[in-house]
Ligand binder design. Structure first.
Ligand SMILES: C[S@@+](CC[C@H](N)C(=O)[O-])C[C@H]1O[C@@H](n2cnc3c(N)ncnc32)[C@H](O)[C@@H]1O
Length: 539
C-alpha cells in the first residue's frame, strides 16, 4: 500500500516535471537546444535514449527505497549516449523535453533541481561575511521573515522549486534595498536582471502608485513564473518589462534627453562582465543623489580567495567583479558602501583613518564601530540630509567623527580639533536617559532630529532609548543600533559563551524581537561589524 502510493506520488511528480520542462522548453530551451546541438547524436540514438529513459524510470520505481546497481549502470549508459557529459544539467531536461523524452526529461530536471537546491543552500551562507548558518537563519527569522510581505513570500516559494532558485536576491538584502528605495523617495527606477522577479516585486511594492520600474532581462520565461504573483499583488502596472540584452535598452533610454538624470534608483543583478558598461550608462540615467545597487560584488566571498580555490567556471565573473570593485572604489562621482573592506579603506577619510589607528591600541578597541559599518552610516546620513543628530555611546569617537565629517568635506588632519568639527559636537558626559529626557522637555525637539546612532555598553537600556528616540527623530529619519548581533553570538547556544557575555546576548536578542515587532519603524538588520540594525521612522 505504502509502496503503491509512493509510486503514484513519483508518477505525478514525473508528470509535473515533464510538463514544466515542456512548457519552458518552448522559448528558453529552444535556444539552449541550438547551443547544445553537438550533444545530440543521430535520431536513432535519440529513440534509443527515449527507450532507455523509460527503462530508467521503471528501474527507479522498482528499486525504491534503494537504488540498484542496474539503475546506476543505466544512468551511465544514458550519460554515454549524451556524449559523456559529466553531469546532468537543466539544459538536458529542456533538450529531452523537446525530443519528447518525457521520462528522461523528468529525471534530468529532478537531478538539476536537487543540484541547484544544494548549490543554493551552500551559497546562501557565503553571500555575505556571515560565518555561520545559524546566524543567517537568526537574521532571517528575527527581522526579515516576520516583516516580509505575503506576496514576496509567495514569490520566494514559487521560485524555490525552480532550478537556480539561488539567483534571486537574498530576502535580507531585500530589506536594505527597500529602505534605500524609501530613502531616495524612488518613483522611477531601472532593474537589470529580473529572473523570477523577487527584487522586481519588492521594488514595485515599494514604489508609489504612479511609480515605474523598467525591468530588463534576456529571458522572459523566468519573469513569467513570478508574473501571476506580481499580478495578484496588484503592482503589474508599475512594471515596464523589456525582454532584451540590457545594454541596448540603456542606450535607447539615453537617446531621449529627458531620461538623463530621470531615474532615482537602479538595481543591477545580471552578467557581471558588463557591470562597468552598465555603470557608465546608469551614471547618466540616475539623478544626482540617486542610488545604484550592484549585487554579487563579493562573488560569493571568492573575491578574497586565491584563484585555485575558485571553480573554473566562476573565475571570469570573479575577475570582472574584482575590477568593478576597484573601479567603483576609485570613482569619485559616487559615494559607495560595500560589505567588505576592499572598498572601505581606500575611501576612508584621513581623520577617520588616524582615529582608527589610535583606537586600535586601546584595550577595548573592539568597541569602536567597524569601518564598513561607518561607510554605510555615512551613506545613510547623506540620504536623510542629516543636519541634527544624536549619538549615544561615544567611546573614542569613530562613528561620531563619521557623523561630523559628513557635515564638512575635510580630510587632512586627525582629531576633532584639527579636523575643524569640534564646534558641531555638543558632548554630554552623562547617562544617556536623563539627557534624552531633558531634550524631550523642550517641545521643539520632538521630531527635531534627523538621525541617531546608538552604541552604548548598556544594551539593556536600548529599548528605553528607542522609546525616547522615536519621539526625537523626525518621521522619515533614521536610528541605527550597533552590535545588535552581539558579535554573532545571538544565534549560538548559551553554553558556548562565557557567563559575562550572556547578559548582553540576551538583551540584544530581546531588542531584536521588539524592533522586529515595532510597526512604527521599517528595519534592516545587517551583519556589518558586530551587527547593525537600521530603523526608519514611519510615523
Ligand atoms: C541573478 S538573476 C536576477 C535575480 C533577480 N534580481 C531576483 O531578485 O530574483 C540574473 C538575471 O539576469 C539575466 N541576464 C543575464 N545576462 C543579461 C544581459 N546581458 N541582459 C539582460 N539580462 C541578463 C538572466 O537572464 C537572469 O534572469
Amino acid at each position: 500500500m505504502k509502496m503503491a502510493s509512493k509510486m503514484l506520488q513519483l508518477k505525478s511528480k514525473a508528470c509535473e516535471a515533464s510538463k514544466f520542462v515542456s512548457k519552458h522548453g518552448t522559448t528558453y530551451y529552444k535556444q539552449l537546444l541550438e547551443k547544445n546541438k553537438h550533444y545530440i547524436q543521430e535520431p536513432a540514438t535519440v529513440e534509443k535514449c527515449n527507450e532507455l529513459s523509460k527503462q530508467l524510470l521503471y528501474t527507479r520505481l522498482a528499486s525504491i527505497p534503494g537504488r540498484t546497481e542496474l539503475f546506476w549502470k543505466e544512468v551511465d549508459h544514458v550519460k554515454g549516449l549524451w556524449k559523456n557529459r559529466a553531469d546532468l544539467k537543466v539544459e538536458d531536461a529542456g533538450i529531452a523535453a523537446l525530443f519528447g523524452l518525457e521520462c528522461f526529461a523528468w529525471y534530468c530536471a529532478e537531478t538539476a533541481i536537487t543540484m541547484a537546491k544544494d548549490e543554493a543552500k551552500a551559497s546562501d551562507f557565503s553571500k555575505g561575511l556571515l560565518q555561520s548558518e545559524e546566524l543567517y537563519k537568526y537574521i532571517l527569522e528575527t527581522s526579515v521573515y516576520p516583516r516580509e510581505p505575503e506576496a514576496l513570500k509567495e514569490l520566494r516559494s514559487v521560485t524555490h522549486n525552480y532550478p537556480m532558485a539561488n539567483m534571486a536576491i537574498a530576502p535580507d538584502a531585500g530589506k536594505l534595498m527597500e529602505m534605500l528605495l524609501n530613502l531616495v523617495n524612488a518613483r522611477k527606477t531601472i532593474e537589470v536582471g529580473v529572473f523570477t522577479g523577487y527584487s522586481l516585486l519588492l521594488t514595485a511594492l515599494t514604489l508609489p502608485e504612479d511609480g515605474k520600474v523598467i525591468a530588463i532581462d534576456v529571458n522572459r520565461s523566468t519573469y513569467e513564473i513570478g508574473l501571476p504573483v506580481i499580478k495578484k499583488a496588484g503592482v503589474e502596472h508599475k512594471i515596464d518589462f523589456r525582454e532584451s540584452e540590457a545594454l541596448p535598452v540603456l542606450d535607447e533610454l539615453l537617446n531621449h534627453e529627458e531620461n538623463e538624470g530621470g531615474f532615482d534608483f537602479a538595481f543591477v543583478d545580471a552578467d557581471k562582465v558588463s557591470y562597468w558598461n552598465y555603470h557608465e550608462r546608469l551614471m547618466r540615467l540616475i539623478k544626482v543623489g540617486g542610488i545604484i545597487v550592484y549585487d554579487n560584488t563579493l562573488w560569493g566571498g571568492s573575491v578574497a580567495e586565491p584563484d585555485s580555490s575558485t571553480p573554473e567556471g566562476k573565475r571570469e565573473g570573479k575577475k570582472a567583479i574584482l575590477e568593478l570593485n576597484k573601479k567603483l572604489s576609485a570613482d569619485k562621482r559616487v559615494q559607495i558602501s560595500q560589505v567588505a573592506l576592499v572598498s572601505v579603506y581606500p575611501r576612508e577619510q584621513e581623520a577617520l583613518k588616524e582615529l582608527r589607528i589610535l583606537t586600535h591600541n586601546h584595550a577595548l578597541a573592539i568597541m569602536a564601530a567597524a569601518p564598513d559599518a561607518g561607510q554605510l552610516i555615512e551613506m545613510l546620513l547623506k540620504l536623510v540630509n542629516a543636519r541634527k543628530t544624536i549619538e549615544v555611546g561615544i567611546f573614542t569617537g569613530y562613528s561620531l567623527l563619521s557623523l561630523l565629517l559628513h557635515y564638512q568635506k575635510m580630510a587632512r588632519v586627525a582629531g576633532y580639533q584639527e579636523a575643524g568639527v569640534v564646534h558641531k559636537i555638543d558632548f554630554r558626559k552623562s547617562e544617556p536617559l536623563p539627557v534624552l529626557d531633558e531634550l524631550l522637555n523642550h517641545k521643539e525637539n520632538e521630531g527635531g532630529f534627523d538621525f541617531a546612532f546608538v552604541d552604548d555598553a548598556d544594551k539593556g537600556s536600548y529599548w528605553n532609548y528607542h522609546e525616547r528616540l522615536m519621539r526625537l527623530i523626525k518621521v522619515g529619519g533614521i536610528i541605527v543600533y550597533d552590535k545588535t548581533l552581539w558579535g554573532g553570538s545571538v544565534a549560538e547556544p548559551d553554553s558556548s559563551k562565557p557567563e559575562g557575555k550572556r547578559e548582553g546576548k540576551k538583551t540584544a536578542h530581546e531588542l531584536n524581537k521588539k524592533l522586529s515587532a515595532d510597526k512604527r519603524v521599517q528595519i534592516s538588520q545587517i551583519a556589518l561589524g558586530h551587527g547593525i540594525t537600521i530603523c526608519r521612522r514611519l510615523y
